[in-house]
Design a protein around this ligand. Structure first.
Ligand code: E0Q
Length: 449
């Protein structure tokens, strides 16, 4: 297996616990000794799908010790007022902020305890698929190791080396679509008393139309702030990374557009100048495997934009699916094909929903039509709990396949638009008509979500 990140560590655990011999090759050093290397986003939102997968590996309890609950999104409006939009009905429907480095450490410990062997400083350089030999280099010196394999799993992220090697011997149908927006991470430190400076149990969001900021809590009282901004500015009103190029300009921009956040980020200038700017995009492949010799999972197969907080959750579902297919049949090629058939349509669905959520977050959550549709959605969900479930809830609080969440979400959205058209409130709405439409268009949900 290539990659000892989140998906690699979880898949290694699932397979090792079921008696498989697993060797994981990781290009970096051991983050438990070296500390977490900056680069990838720092914190992640763990939702029910991810927890469900962690439970299969008995890893949920250990991971949950590292998390902070997020009950909803705290919207910071341009006029300065705040509004908490709850994600679910109550505290049983929440998501969890977790630090990538801490989560990876927990998962590496569990993988090793289950018997997986993790080889650090092994960078995949090339693969001879006919001879079934993989060559790994060590970043610290010029040594190369050749390792014979039966099958390779690529859990090596969006820039996957295994994917590149596979593309050399077969057509994967690879294409990337860049969003044209990038991101920069900043930090809100703890207050003078060591505590959180803003509401800890929320995902904070500052929507500003063409761009936005968010902040996720960390368990030591800090928040990681992420600024999402177009690469190119548009006139005088929409700034971009081409006009905000250094810390000083970033501070002036924050003072103007996010003044309440700006006051809480003392090292904004320094962090803006020194933290890398991350690019955002979606990676599509038509094939995830090379017969029985190699298969890709997680970001290596289907990297997505981060706006639904589902990249890790989706990758963890991949791990459970692939492990199950491998346990069901001794034929690796059949297992890999079955995994792809099950997961590819679902990956496509969450990739699309993640893109849609960017528009929703930056442009709609502070808009009246959106808020009225949301109110009606919640009312219909209360009246028809067996049929109407907000799309966000299907994605974040259930295990319904993503493709089904997308399909039902489209039907629901059309219905909400239809019923709220021309209205400023729900007063005078004909609930009999609304109920009949729900029953006609939305089949009952499965009992087990
Ligand atoms: C979540 C949790 C980067 C990012 C991550 C997220 C979410 C958002 C907005 C963003 C979606 C939501 N969301 O609040 O609807 O649920 O992960 Cl911008």
């Amino acid at each position: 297996m290539a990659g000892a990140g989140l998906a690699g560590a979880l898949l290694a655990t699932l397979l090792a616990q079921r008696g498989w011999q697993v060797d994981v090759y990781e290009k970096r050093g051991d983050l438990r000794e070296l500390g977490y290397e900056r680069g990838r986003s720092i914190n992640l939102a763990l939702a029910e799908r991810g927890r469900h997968a962690l439970r299969q590996a008995d890893a949920d309890d250990a991971v949950m010790e590292q998390t902070v609950m997020m009950r909803g999104r705290m919207v910071h409006f341009a006029d300065g007022h705040l509004d908490l939009q709850r994600y679910g009905r109550d505290d049983s429907e929440v998501i969890w902020s977790v630090h990538r480095g801490e989560l990876n450490e927990v998962l590496l410990n569990i993988a090793e305890r289950a018997g997986a062997r993790i080889h650090f400083h092994h960078r995949l350089d090339s693969v001879d698929f006919d001879a079934r030999i993989a060559r790994f280099g060590d970043d610290r010196n010029d040594t190369v190791r050749e390792i014979h394999f039966e099958s390779l799993v690529g859990a090596d992220g969006a820039g996957s080396s295994l994917r590149q090697a596979m593309a050399g011997v077969c057509e994967l149908g690879e294409r990337s679509e860049f969003l044209g927006h990038s991101y920069k991470e900043l930090e809100i430190p703890p207050g003078p008393d060591g505590g959180f400076q803003i509401e800890p149990n929320a995902l904070h969001i500052w929507p500003r139309g063409r761009y936005m900021c968010i902040a996720l809590p960390n368990d030591e009282g800090t928040f990681t702030v992420t600024l999402f901004l177009p690469n190119e500015s548009n006139g005088a009103t929409v700034p971009g990374f081409d006009t905000i190029t250094n810390g000083e300009q970033a501070r002036a921009f924050f003072d103007r557009d996010f003044p309440d956040a700006s006051r809480l980020i003392p090292n904004l200038e320094h962090d803006f100048d020194h933290n890398p700017t991350g690019v955002l995009g979606t990676l599509y492949l038509d094939r995830w495997h090379l017969d029985d010799r190699a298969v890709l999972i997680g970001d290596a197969a289907h990297a997505m934009v981060p706006f639904h907080g589902q990249g890790m959750n989706c990758a963890f579902e991949d791990c459970v699916s692939l492990a199950n297919h491998l346990l069901q049949t001794a034929d690796r090629g059949e297992a890999f094909a079955g995994f792809q058939t099950e997961r590819l349509p679902n990956a496509r669905a969450i990739q699309q929903m993640a893109l849609e959520n960017y528009l929703e977050m930056r442009d709609h959550v502070d808009n009246d039509d959106y808020l009225l549709q949301r109110e009606l959605g919640n009312r219909l969900a209360a009246r028809h709990p067996d049929r109407f479930l907000p799309r966000y809830s299907m994605v974040s609080f259930t295990h319904l396949p993503y493709a089904m969440a997308l399909e039902r979400g489209d039907i629901q959205h059309a219905l909400l638009v239809e019923l709220t058209r021309g209205r400023a409130s729900l007063d005078g709405l004909d609930w009999d008509v609304a109920d009949a439409l729900v029953e006609a268009r939305l089949p009952s949900l499965p009992e087990e979500l």
